[in-house]
Design a protein around this ligand. Sequence first.
Ligand code: ADP
Ligand code: MG
Length: 314
Amino acid sequence: MHEFDLIRRFFSRPGGREDTILGVGDDCALLDPAGNEVLAATIDTLVAGVHFLPDTDPGKLGYKALAVSLSDLAAMGAEPAWGFLALTLPEADPVWLESFSRGLYDLATRHRMDLAGGDTTRGPLTITLQAIGRVPKACSMLRSGARSGDDIYVSGLLGQAGLGLKMLTGEVAWRDRAAIDRLLSPEPRVALGMTLRGVAHACIDISDGLAADLGHILESCGLGATIRWEALPLAPAVRHYIEQTGDWRLPLYGGDDYELCFTAPPSQRRVLEQSLPSCDVSWHRIGTIEERQGLRLVKGGEVISLPQAGYRHF
Ligand code: ADP
Ligand code: MG
Protein backbone atom coordinates (compact mmCIF):
# COMPACT_ATOMS: atom_id res chain seq x y z
CA MET A 1 0.00 0.00 0.00
CA HIS A 2 1.60 3.30 -1.00
CA GLU A 3 0.90 6.77 0.37
CA PHE A 4 -1.99 7.67 -1.94
CA ASP A 5 -3.73 4.30 -1.52
CA LEU A 6 -3.47 4.80 2.21
CA ILE A 7 -4.99 8.29 2.05
CA ARG A 8 -7.77 7.14 -0.30
CA ARG A 9 -8.59 4.09 1.78
CA PHE A 10 -8.52 5.52 5.28
CA PHE A 11 -8.74 9.32 5.15
CA SER A 12 -10.99 10.30 2.26
CA ARG A 13 -14.50 9.99 3.60
CA PRO A 14 -16.72 12.65 2.06
CA GLY A 15 -17.55 15.37 4.56
CA GLY A 16 -21.03 16.61 5.21
CA ARG A 17 -20.50 20.32 5.76
CA GLU A 18 -21.88 22.90 3.36
CA ASP A 19 -19.05 25.28 4.21
CA THR A 20 -16.45 22.79 2.94
CA ILE A 21 -16.03 23.64 -0.73
CA LEU A 22 -13.20 21.14 -1.27
CA GLY A 23 -11.81 18.51 1.11
CA VAL A 24 -9.09 15.85 0.79
CA GLY A 25 -7.57 15.32 -2.66
CA ASP A 26 -6.19 18.59 -4.00
CA ASP A 27 -3.29 20.84 -3.02
CA CYS A 28 -5.40 22.68 -0.48
CA ALA A 29 -8.82 22.38 1.07
CA LEU A 30 -11.21 25.24 0.32
CA LEU A 31 -13.28 26.45 3.27
CA ASP A 32 -16.07 28.99 3.30
CA PRO A 33 -16.68 30.54 6.75
CA ALA A 34 -19.51 33.03 7.23
CA GLY A 35 -18.55 36.72 7.24
CA ASN A 36 -19.80 37.51 10.75
CA GLU A 37 -17.60 34.84 12.35
CA VAL A 38 -13.92 34.38 13.08
CA LEU A 39 -12.03 31.11 12.75
CA ALA A 40 -10.52 29.52 15.86
CA ALA A 41 -7.53 27.38 14.84
CA THR A 42 -5.45 25.07 17.02
CA ILE A 43 -2.91 22.29 16.51
CA ASP A 44 -1.68 19.54 18.81
CA THR A 45 0.84 16.74 18.46
CA LEU A 46 0.80 13.37 20.18
CA VAL A 47 4.22 11.68 20.28
CA ALA A 48 4.54 7.97 21.11
CA GLY A 49 6.22 7.55 24.49
CA VAL A 50 5.58 11.19 25.49
CA HIS A 51 1.79 11.62 25.16
CA PHE A 52 0.70 8.01 25.05
CA LEU A 53 2.08 4.61 25.98
CA PRO A 54 3.38 2.80 22.87
CA ASP A 55 0.86 -0.07 23.18
CA THR A 56 -2.23 2.22 23.24
CA ASP A 57 -5.19 0.96 21.23
CA PRO A 58 -5.10 2.78 17.82
CA GLY A 59 -8.85 3.48 17.88
CA LYS A 60 -8.42 5.29 21.20
CA LEU A 61 -5.46 7.21 19.74
CA GLY A 62 -7.50 8.39 16.75
CA TYR A 63 -10.20 9.51 19.16
CA LYS A 64 -7.83 11.26 21.53
CA ALA A 65 -5.84 13.04 18.80
CA LEU A 66 -9.03 14.81 17.78
CA ALA A 67 -10.48 15.11 21.30
CA VAL A 68 -7.58 17.20 22.61
CA SER A 69 -7.94 19.67 19.72
CA LEU A 70 -11.73 19.82 20.13
CA SER A 71 -11.09 20.63 23.78
CA ASP A 72 -9.08 23.71 22.70
CA LEU A 73 -11.93 24.79 20.42
CA ALA A 74 -14.37 24.30 23.33
CA ALA A 75 -12.25 26.57 25.53
CA MET A 76 -12.68 29.38 22.96
CA GLY A 77 -16.41 28.81 22.59
CA ALA A 78 -15.93 27.68 18.99
CA GLU A 79 -18.08 25.27 17.01
CA PRO A 80 -15.89 22.55 15.42
CA ALA A 81 -15.78 22.61 11.62
CA TRP A 82 -12.59 21.21 10.04
CA GLY A 83 -9.73 18.91 10.95
CA PHE A 84 -6.33 18.42 9.28
CA LEU A 85 -4.27 15.35 10.13
CA ALA A 86 -0.48 15.06 9.78
CA LEU A 87 0.36 11.43 10.40
CA THR A 88 3.87 10.00 10.72
CA LEU A 89 3.89 6.20 10.79
CA PRO A 90 6.69 3.63 11.13
CA GLU A 91 4.77 1.36 8.73
CA ALA A 92 1.47 1.23 6.82
CA ASP A 93 -0.39 -1.39 8.86
CA PRO A 94 -3.98 -1.64 7.53
CA VAL A 95 -5.34 -3.09 10.80
CA TRP A 96 -3.85 -0.22 12.79
CA LEU A 97 -5.04 2.37 10.25
CA GLU A 98 -8.58 0.97 10.11
CA SER A 99 -8.93 1.21 13.87
CA PHE A 100 -7.22 4.61 14.13
CA SER A 101 -9.35 6.21 11.41
CA ARG A 102 -12.55 4.75 12.86
CA GLY A 103 -11.79 6.28 16.28
CA LEU A 104 -11.09 9.62 14.65
CA TYR A 105 -14.10 9.70 12.31
CA ASP A 106 -16.49 8.56 15.05
CA LEU A 107 -15.69 11.64 17.11
CA ALA A 108 -15.52 13.93 14.05
CA THR A 109 -18.97 12.81 12.94
CA ARG A 110 -20.42 13.38 16.40
CA HIS A 111 -19.28 16.99 16.20
CA ARG A 112 -20.19 17.51 12.51
CA MET A 113 -16.55 18.08 11.64
CA ASP A 114 -14.99 17.35 8.22
CA LEU A 115 -11.48 15.90 7.94
CA ALA A 116 -10.47 18.24 5.13
CA GLY A 117 -6.80 17.37 4.54
CA GLY A 118 -3.49 16.33 5.98
CA ASP A 119 -0.08 14.87 5.29
CA THR A 120 1.26 11.32 5.51
CA THR A 121 4.92 10.49 6.13
CA ARG A 122 7.10 7.63 7.39
CA GLY A 123 8.95 7.90 10.72
CA PRO A 124 8.46 7.39 14.46
CA LEU A 125 4.73 7.35 15.33
CA THR A 126 3.58 10.96 15.67
CA ILE A 127 0.06 12.32 15.26
CA THR A 128 -0.58 16.00 14.64
CA LEU A 129 -4.10 17.29 14.38
CA GLN A 130 -5.16 20.78 13.47
CA ALA A 131 -8.73 21.73 14.26
CA ILE A 132 -10.54 24.78 12.99
CA GLY A 133 -13.81 26.03 14.43
CA ARG A 134 -16.17 28.95 13.97
CA VAL A 135 -17.11 31.50 16.59
CA PRO A 136 -19.14 34.73 16.32
CA LYS A 137 -16.92 37.82 16.38
CA ALA A 138 -16.25 39.10 19.93
CA CYS A 139 -17.62 35.93 21.54
CA SER A 140 -14.38 34.03 22.12
CA MET A 141 -13.31 33.68 25.75
CA LEU A 142 -9.70 34.77 26.14
CA ARG A 143 -7.47 33.74 29.03
CA SER A 144 -6.89 37.43 29.65
CA GLY A 145 -10.62 38.10 30.14
CA ALA A 146 -10.89 37.24 33.87
CA ARG A 147 -11.78 40.09 36.26
CA SER A 148 -11.24 40.48 39.99
CA GLY A 149 -14.31 39.17 41.84
CA ASP A 150 -15.17 36.59 39.15
CA ASP A 151 -16.33 33.19 40.30
CA ILE A 152 -14.12 30.30 39.14
CA TYR A 153 -15.81 27.14 37.85
CA VAL A 154 -14.69 23.74 36.57
CA SER A 155 -16.67 21.15 34.65
CA GLY A 156 -16.76 17.40 35.36
CA LEU A 157 -14.28 15.79 37.76
CA LEU A 158 -10.62 16.52 38.49
CA GLY A 159 -7.68 14.12 38.72
CA GLN A 160 -9.31 11.10 37.10
CA ALA A 161 -6.97 10.98 34.09
CA GLY A 162 -3.92 11.47 36.30
CA LEU A 163 -5.05 8.53 38.42
CA GLY A 164 -5.69 6.48 35.25
CA LEU A 165 -2.11 7.12 34.14
CA LYS A 166 -0.75 5.93 37.49
CA MET A 167 -2.79 2.75 37.00
CA LEU A 168 -1.50 2.10 33.47
CA THR A 169 2.12 2.70 34.47
CA GLY A 170 1.78 0.41 37.51
CA GLU A 171 2.40 3.14 40.09
CA VAL A 172 -1.05 2.35 41.49
CA ALA A 173 -1.77 -1.36 41.81
CA TRP A 174 -5.60 -1.28 41.64
CA ARG A 175 -7.81 -0.42 38.68
CA ASP A 176 -10.71 1.93 38.16
CA ARG A 177 -12.44 1.76 34.77
CA ALA A 178 -13.67 5.37 34.83
CA ALA A 179 -10.20 6.76 35.57
CA ILE A 180 -8.58 4.80 32.74
CA ASP A 181 -11.40 5.74 30.36
CA ARG A 182 -10.95 9.41 31.21
CA LEU A 183 -7.24 9.17 30.34
CA LEU A 184 -7.75 7.31 27.05
CA SER A 185 -11.02 8.87 25.90
CA PRO A 186 -11.51 12.35 27.31
CA GLU A 187 -14.79 14.08 26.43
CA PRO A 188 -14.21 17.49 24.83
CA ARG A 189 -16.72 19.93 26.40
CA VAL A 190 -17.80 21.49 23.12
CA ALA A 191 -21.45 22.16 24.04
CA LEU A 192 -20.40 23.73 27.34
CA GLY A 193 -17.89 26.01 25.60
CA MET A 194 -20.51 27.24 23.13
CA THR A 195 -23.02 27.82 25.92
CA LEU A 196 -20.51 29.96 27.81
CA ARG A 197 -20.24 32.43 24.91
CA GLY A 198 -21.04 35.92 26.12
CA VAL A 199 -21.40 34.68 29.73
CA ALA A 200 -17.92 33.58 30.84
CA HIS A 201 -15.14 36.16 31.01
CA ALA A 202 -12.28 33.68 30.56
CA CYS A 203 -11.99 29.99 29.79
CA ILE A 204 -9.22 27.39 29.41
CA ASP A 205 -9.23 23.64 29.00
CA ILE A 206 -7.48 21.67 31.73
CA SER A 207 -4.78 19.68 29.95
CA ASP A 208 -1.90 20.11 32.43
CA GLY A 209 -3.79 20.12 35.72
CA LEU A 210 -5.98 22.81 37.31
CA ALA A 211 -3.11 24.63 39.06
CA ALA A 212 -1.14 25.06 35.83
CA ASP A 213 -4.09 25.93 33.62
CA LEU A 214 -5.84 28.28 36.04
CA GLY A 215 -2.32 29.66 36.47
CA HIS A 216 -2.30 30.55 32.74
CA ILE A 217 -5.49 32.58 33.19
CA LEU A 218 -4.00 34.36 36.22
CA GLU A 219 -0.77 35.11 34.35
CA SER A 220 -2.66 36.46 31.31
CA CYS A 221 -4.80 38.85 33.32
CA GLY A 222 -2.24 39.74 36.02
CA LEU A 223 -4.50 38.60 38.88
CA GLY A 224 -4.57 35.91 41.60
CA ALA A 225 -7.11 33.42 42.92
CA THR A 226 -8.23 31.45 45.93
CA ILE A 227 -9.86 28.04 45.46
CA ARG A 228 -11.56 25.87 48.10
CA TRP A 229 -10.49 22.25 48.55
CA GLU A 230 -13.92 21.19 49.76
CA ALA A 231 -15.48 22.52 46.51
CA LEU A 232 -13.27 20.52 44.13
CA PRO A 233 -15.23 17.81 42.28
CA LEU A 234 -13.48 14.47 42.90
CA ALA A 235 -14.45 11.00 41.73
CA PRO A 236 -14.76 8.33 44.44
CA ALA A 237 -11.63 6.60 43.10
CA VAL A 238 -9.63 9.83 43.39
CA ARG A 239 -10.84 10.33 46.99
CA HIS A 240 -9.87 6.74 47.74
CA TYR A 241 -6.40 7.27 46.23
CA ILE A 242 -5.91 10.42 48.34
CA GLU A 243 -7.02 8.63 51.53
CA GLN A 244 -4.59 5.78 50.80
CA THR A 245 -1.56 7.86 49.83
CA GLY A 246 -2.07 11.35 51.27
CA ASP A 247 -1.28 12.70 47.78
CA TRP A 248 -3.96 15.45 47.69
CA ARG A 249 -2.07 17.26 44.95
CA LEU A 250 -3.18 14.81 42.24
CA PRO A 251 -6.44 16.59 41.27
CA LEU A 252 -4.56 19.91 41.10
CA TYR A 253 -1.51 18.75 39.16
CA GLY A 254 -2.61 15.62 37.27
CA GLY A 255 -2.94 16.31 33.54
CA ASP A 256 -5.18 15.09 30.72
CA ASP A 257 -8.65 15.63 32.25
CA TYR A 258 -9.71 18.01 29.44
CA GLU A 259 -12.39 19.66 31.52
CA LEU A 260 -13.04 23.40 31.21
CA CYS A 261 -12.06 25.97 33.82
CA PHE A 262 -13.89 29.27 33.37
CA THR A 263 -14.61 32.50 35.20
CA ALA A 264 -17.79 34.58 35.28
CA PRO A 265 -19.03 37.47 37.44
CA PRO A 266 -21.44 36.57 40.29
CA SER A 267 -24.15 38.46 38.36
CA GLN A 268 -24.15 35.55 35.86
CA ARG A 269 -24.84 32.80 38.43
CA ARG A 270 -28.55 32.67 37.58
CA VAL A 271 -27.88 32.58 33.83
CA LEU A 272 -25.40 29.72 34.30
CA GLU A 273 -27.85 27.77 36.46
CA GLN A 274 -30.44 28.05 33.70
CA SER A 275 -28.25 27.39 30.66
CA LEU A 276 -25.67 24.81 31.78
CA PRO A 277 -27.96 21.84 32.61
CA SER A 278 -28.46 21.30 28.86
CA CYS A 279 -24.70 20.68 28.41
CA ASP A 280 -24.58 17.12 29.73
CA VAL A 281 -21.77 17.75 32.19
CA SER A 282 -21.68 18.81 35.83
CA TRP A 283 -20.09 22.11 36.87
CA HIS A 284 -18.81 23.39 40.18
CA ARG A 285 -17.99 26.81 41.60
CA ILE A 286 -14.59 26.35 43.21
CA GLY A 287 -13.22 29.79 44.05
CA THR A 288 -12.74 33.47 43.28
CA ILE A 289 -10.44 35.64 41.16
CA GLU A 290 -8.67 38.24 43.31
CA GLU A 291 -6.44 41.29 42.90
CA ARG A 292 -3.74 39.67 45.06
CA GLN A 293 -1.33 37.71 42.83
CA GLY A 294 -0.68 33.99 43.27
CA LEU A 295 -2.83 30.88 43.56
CA ARG A 296 -4.08 29.90 47.03
CA LEU A 297 -5.91 26.82 48.26
CA VAL A 298 -8.07 26.85 51.39
CA LYS A 299 -7.98 23.32 52.81
CA GLY A 300 -9.38 22.45 56.24
CA GLY A 301 -9.22 26.13 57.26
CA GLU A 302 -5.54 26.43 56.28
CA VAL A 303 -4.37 28.62 53.36
CA ILE A 304 -1.79 26.86 51.18
CA SER A 305 0.14 28.68 48.46
CA LEU A 306 0.16 26.58 45.26
CA PRO A 307 2.93 26.60 42.65
CA GLN A 308 1.42 27.07 39.17
CA ALA A 309 3.84 24.83 37.24
CA GLY A 310 2.57 22.15 34.87
CA TYR A 311 4.27 19.72 32.51
CA ARG A 312 7.00 21.36 30.44
CA HIS A 313 8.51 19.68 27.37
CA PHE A 314 11.69 21.80 27.48
P1 ADP B 1 0.73 17.70 -1.38
O1 ADP B 1 1.89 16.94 -1.91
O2 ADP B 1 0.09 18.65 -2.34
O3 ADP B 1 0.97 18.28 -0.02
P2 ADP B 1 -0.22 15.19 -0.46
O4 ADP B 1 0.26 14.23 -1.45
O5 ADP B 1 0.55 15.36 0.80
O6 ADP B 1 -0.42 16.60 -1.16
O7 ADP B 1 -1.72 14.83 -0.06
C1 ADP B 1 -2.70 14.62 -1.05
C2 ADP B 1 -4.05 14.99 -0.49
O8 ADP B 1 -4.37 14.13 0.57
C3 ADP B 1 -4.11 16.42 0.07
O9 ADP B 1 -5.42 16.92 -0.19
C4 ADP B 1 -3.90 16.21 1.54
O10 ADP B 1 -4.54 17.24 2.29
C5 ADP B 1 -4.57 14.86 1.76
N1 ADP B 1 -3.95 14.06 2.85
C6 ADP B 1 -2.70 13.56 2.93
N2 ADP B 1 -2.52 12.83 4.05
C7 ADP B 1 -3.69 12.89 4.72
C8 ADP B 1 -4.14 12.36 5.96
N3 ADP B 1 -3.37 11.60 6.75
N4 ADP B 1 -5.41 12.64 6.34
C9 ADP B 1 -6.22 13.39 5.58
N5 ADP B 1 -5.86 13.90 4.40
C10 ADP B 1 -4.61 13.66 3.97
MG1 MG C 1 1.97 16.60 1.54
